[in-house]
Design a protein around this ligand. Structure first.
Ligand code: FMN
Length: 315
């Protein structure tokens, strides 16, 4: 039963200026316990949110301590955190933590509030560039660099701001599948991914330039794609910009369209996961024989035309 007496932590932590939530989980208040900690009456609430629309069977529990309309301590756990060999369940952990917190609040509230604190507000980045290019080839002087260069120059001529990201020059830990990001909207690792997500968050156009490596994207770019799961979680929890567009520019050494089957699926899935609409692609095969794509008629104008169209007429 949903009671109105207690603060809803999900509602409280939406960052300012929030946009459209990607999905609304089914939220239920499991309990609201009133506790007199000696100076104040605090509420201990446990909410259960059903994210099954996102991932089958994903349930998140949010435990919060609040007083005077303010959240003072928060703990979240979700069912996907517990891998097969872990003998724990999210619900058991949430209920046990609730009992522990209640006990501490009744016996030593000062100590409790020393050890627990509310979530810090999400950092809001500076203005995002109009165009973000992820140059996914480890070769800084190869064909993907040429494609990225055309995109950047075209945007500059239009007076647009641009940021180019080179995953292979950055420090990016691989995603470890801990699913903590679905508790907080951010990753447990602090590294260069934050800069990438900041750039992508409010851009109008994301261009992914990638060579085909073993039928898919190179490792550095795959790190970025997987770690963007935390950005997906952020959007699920807090919403995000709508109407962003994405392009794939790709080169394959071998001849034949079939060399792009996997890479187009991977990059399309990546864009869709972030609610970025795939808005086109330029796929160039047989590049190991051609060596330099600048010698192929029509490629440069095609790339430039796509950038112009999407930066000047985004809708
Ligand atoms: C590790 C590795 C794996 C590759 N795998 C493929 C492949 O599966 N299919 C293909 O057509 N080309 C493959 N290539 C060739 C590259 O796609 C090609 O050389 C491309 O032009 C490199 O892009 P760049 O010039 O932007 O670095 C591979 C190259 C490397 C280094």
């Amino acid at each position: 039963m949903v009671q109105q007496c207690c603060l809803d932590p999900a509602a409280v932590f939406l960052p300012p200026g929030v946009i459209v939530p990607v999905m609304e989980p089914v939220r239920e208040l499991l309990f609201c316990r009133k506790i007199d900690d000696g100076t104040d009456r605090v509420s201990l609430t446990l909410h259960r949110e059903d994210f099954s629309a996102l991932y089958p069977g994903m349930i998140r529990f949010t435990l919060a301590v609040s007083s005077k309309e303010q959240i003072r301590a928060i703990f979240r756990t979700n069912s996907f955190e517990y891998s097969p060999l872990v003998p724990l369940k999210a619900e058991t952990v949430a209920l046990q933590t609730a009992d522990d917190w209640e006990q501490q609040l009744r016996t030593s509230p000062a100590l409790f509030f020393q050890d627990h604190w509310p979530e810090s507000p999400r950092h809001t980045p500076a203005l995002s560039p109009d165009l973000v290019v992820i140059q996914g080839s480890p070769r800084g002087d190869g064909n993907c660099s040429i494609l990225a260069g055309w995109a950047v120059e075209t945007a500059h001529v239009l007076g647009k701001t641009v940021q180019v990201i080179y995953p292979h020059d950055m420090s990016i830990h691989c995603c470890i599948g801990c699913y903590q990001c679905y508790n907080t909207g951010s990753c447990v690792f602090t590294d260069d991914m934050a800069e990438i997500i900041d750039a992508v968050r409010n851009t109008s156009l994301l261009v992914v330039c990638s060579p085909v490596y073993t039928n898919t994207v190179p490792g550095g770019l795959k790190l970025v794609i997987d770690r963007c799961q935390a950005y997906h979680a952020e959007r699920v929890i807090s919403g995000g910009k709508q109407g962003q567009k994405g392009l794939l520019f790709s080169v394959a050494g071998r001849k034949g369209e079939e060399n792009f089957i996997c890479i187009t699926r991977v990059v399309t899935a990546f864009l869709r996961n972030l609610d970025i609409e795939p808005a086109g692609e330029v796929l160039i095969d047989h590049v190991d024989a051609v060596k330099d794509i600048r010698t192929i008629d029509g490629i440069e104008p095609t790339v430039r035309e796509k950038i112009i169209r999407l930066l000047t007429n985004p809708s």
